[in-house]
Design a protein around this ligand. Structure first.
Ligand SMILES: *Cc1c(COP(=O)(O)O)cnc(C)c1O
Length: 385
């Protein structure tokens, strides 16, 4: 039987045509006409003062830390459950990541856990829109305001999601997007930093290009501008090749999202009666981008055995996402029991815009039979019968 992949980036003829145009233009590097057009489009779409196209979301988070002046000795509260890029970003600038546990129902950071972790050394909060589900920004912003902290939205997985009628990515003073091949809109690798404050955007753009302005611009003025390097800068620029691909992807985002949403609805319907797992629930005030579809297996189910069964049938699957506080690099002494439990029990099943209804049915049938085979509860009952 044909394999069903866990992920599949929807890149096709239109993206190829956009790349061909960049080749013809002679400017494939960053901060050229395509990069500028992408940035203008992102700023408009998200209603923010500035959008900086960067090489990936990890770079956007790093730039955000630098722009907010985070320094050694500072504490940054980060959502524990998710790809641990925010905690890595805190380490890049010598700060200490402090891990906040998540809600068991949405898997997003628990605002009460955040409030409990604020100390005199806390400078900011990074919330994560876990696999595409926006966090509780009303409550998080109130905590940030009460203590004078910055709030960053890691919307890496959430392009297209909404919270209380507003777009994910624009829910905090800085939003960080990822255009990695596993996210809803992709250029292979890519990212963006969205800023409400133009000074933050300006700082991030300068640091993203070795601390100097666009080389493309310098070559296109009369005269001989020679840049001066005054600060440490990095090369976090997004190529114009990627920027061209992303403009096509952003034009397709509603269509791609609708297809992922249809897959999620079909999974939820077909799996609603399965007692050995639960499917994600989306609160009424937000919508999900469905970057990943994770089911939570009953504690009696052997997840690794289920995964082997599925993979043996050509069905892609994976562990859900990461509990950051247990990763050795962070040497955290903290406990985040909800996050640790989710990390142990969640299973990601195929989710992308190319999935067909009959493939979803095949995944569901295989998953249902695998969880029943590999549940210790079923085995005991089966043995007694
Ligand atoms: C994927 C992801 C990132 C990293 O994105 P890159 O573009 O690969 O750097 C950061 N944060 C979260 C929550 C992610 O899921």
């Amino acid at each position: 039987m044909e394999p069903i992949s866990l992920v599949h980036a929807s890149l096709g003829e239109r993206e190829l045509a956009a790349v061909a145009e960049v080749f013809a233009s002679g400017w494939p590097a960053g901060q050229g006409p395509q990069g500028k057009a992408l940035e203008a489009r992102l700023a408009e779409k998200y209603g923010v003062a500035d959008a900086v196209a960067v090489s990936n979301c990890g770079a956007a988070l790093h730039l955000a830390m630098l722009a907010f002046g985070v320094k050694p000795g500072d504490e940054v509260i980060v959502a524990d459950y998710g790809f641990p890029a925010p905690a890595q970003a805190a380490l890049y600038v010598g700060a200490t990541p402090v891990f906040a546990d998540v809600r068991p129902d949405t898997y997003t950071v628990d605002p009460q856990a955040v409030a409990d972790l604020v100390t005199p050394r806390t400078v900011g909060i990074v919330a994560v829109d876990t696999v595409g589900m926006p966090a509780d920004y009303t409550e998080l912003q109130a905590i940030a305001d009460r203590h004078g902290l910055f709030l960053i939205e890691d919307a890496a997985c959430a392009v297209g999601a909404t919270y209380q009628g507003r777009q994910a990515g624009s829910l905090a003073e800085v939003g960080c997007l990822s255009f990695h091949g596993r996210k809803g809109a992709s250029s292979g690798e890519g990212g963006a930093l969205l800023a409400r404050d133009p000074a933050i955007g300006k700082d991030a753009r300068l640091r993203s290009s070795f601390g100097i302005g666009s080389i493309f611009d310098m070559g296109n003025v009369v005269g001989l501008p020679i840049p001066t390097f005054t600060e440490i800068g990095y090369n976090f620029k997004l190529s114009d090749i990627a920027a061209a691909i992303l403009q096509v992807q952003l034009g397709r985002i509603d269509e791609l999202l609708a297809r992922r949403g249809a897959v999620a609805r079909q999974y939820a319907e077909l799996l609603a009666d399965e007692e050995l797992l639960t499917v994600p629930q989306v609160p009424a005030d937000r919508t999900h981008a469905w970057q990943t579809y994770m089911v939570t297996l009953d504690a009696s189910v052997d997840r690794a055995a289920v995964a082997s069964d599925l993979r043996g049938q050509g069905i892609g699957c994976g562990h859900g996402t990461f509990a950051a506080h247990i990763q050795p690099v962070f040497q955290a002494q903290q406990k985040c029991p909800v996050s640790a439990d989710l990390a142990a029990r969640q299973l990601a099943i195929p989710m992308h815009a190319e999935l067909k209804p009959n493939q979803v049915e095949r995944v569901v049938d295989a998953l249902r039979s695998a969880v029943r085979t590999h549940s210790s509860v079923t085995r005991v009952l089966g043995g007694a019968a």
